[in-house]
Write a protein that binds this ligand. Structure first.
Ligand code: ADE
Ligand code: ZN
Length: 326
């Protein structure tokens, strides 16, 4: 229909995408075979059937298991190339990709293998599609700050290809304050700063992300809406929220897409964007996320355009590159 056509053609940036969460079951099987890794599924249908989650941790358990098939630089290249082809099909012009190095280094995969495979695919996508990109290294918050610090050490030779650091994995019980020092060090290295906050965790975690980590963006941020003073502060600061509608539905952050807070966020003048988070696990790439939330909340073309514009203004592109996209 008309709305689908509008969404499909809308130039957009994707700002919240875990590259390991774009691993489709077909590629999982191919890589399992290529690398001789056993996986506990007989076929692609069984994999998809296992993707029924009641919370974030349910998902994370299967997400860390899934990434176990990634071994070589070529695997990371193939994974990233497949995502970029899908992004291009969705009129994505700019991507800011998260990766979880600790999910790989703890399995004995070299940091270099991961970064070089991903970044070679990003270079290709610029040449092939004109898609620009930033790369954001996330620390796993269920691990210690010392382990995050060691990961930042490993990243030092690659800071020419890494634009920012983020914070992901199990949120509740692992507040931003746990990582205050390593983020201060990342800031001193001129890295951009983001953090998942307010996905399952309380508004206090969003305050900590702002005040202690000094984030440039908040990933998710849904539970900020419980605190009017926080909403006012985020709006006044022009803070971008990277919202992920299908993720929120699959992880039971919302009970129903009709109950999704995106429209309330826009009404409150929050700089919300729409993103796919882990599209293979949550059932849709970025356009499917726009479509699902637009249908459920009856978003207007003006609102959809605002969301897409927010994705560029909230990106880490420089002002000249933003101006070209807007
Ligand atoms: N890792 C991958 N996706 C995530 C999410 N939505 N929240 C926290 N950690 C994640
Ligand atoms: Zn995420």
């Amino acid at each position: 229909d008309d709305r689908a056509t509008f969404i499909a053609a809308l130039p957009k940036a994707e700002l919240h995408l875990h590259i390991e969460g774009s691993l489709e079951p077909e590629l999982m099987f191919e890589l399992a075979q290529r690398n001789n890794v056993a996986i506990p599924f007989a076929n692609v249908e069984e994999v998809r059937a296992a993707y029924a989650f009641s919370n974030l941790q349910d998902f994370l358990d299967i997400y860390y298991q899934g990434m176990g098939v990634l071994h070589t630089e070529q695997d990371f290249f193939d994974l990233t190339t497949a995502y970029l082809a899908r992004a291009h099909a969705d009129a994505v012009r700019h991507v800011e990709i998260f990766f979880d190095p600790q999910g790989h280094t703890e399995r004995g995969i070299a940091f270099a293998t991961v970064v070089l495979g991903i970044s070679r695919a990003l270079d290709d996508a610029l040449a092939r599609y004109g898609i620009t990109s930033k790369l954001i290294m996330c620390f796993l918050r269920h691990l210690s700050e010392a382990e995050a610090d060691a990961t930042l050490d490993e990243a030092l030779p690659y800071l020419g290809r890494i634009d920012g650091v983020g914070l992901d994995s199990s949120e509740v019980g692992h507040p931003p304050s746990k990582f205050e020092r390593v983020f201060a060090r990342a800031r001193s290295l001129d890295l951009k700063i983001v953090a998942h906050a307010g996905e399952e965790g309380p508004p206090a975690y969003v305050y900590e992300a702002l005040d202690l980590l000094k984030v440039d963006r908040i990933d998710h941020g849904n539970r900020s809406l419980e605190d009017p003073a926080l909403v006012a502060r985020l709006a006044a600061a022009g803070m971008t929220l990277t919202v992920c509608p299908l993720s929120n539905l699959k992880l039971c952050v919302v009970d129903d897409m009709a109950a999704h807070p995106l429209k309330i966020m826009l009404s409150a003048r929050l700089h919300a964007t729409v993103n796919s988070d882990d599209p293979s696990y949550f059932g849709g790439y970025v356009n499917a996320n726009y479509q699902a939330v637009a249908d459920a909340l009856d978003l207007s073309k003006a609102e959809l355009l605002t969301l897409a514009r927010n994705s560029f203004t909230g990106s880490f592109l420089d002002d000249a590159a933003k101006a070209k996209q807007l």
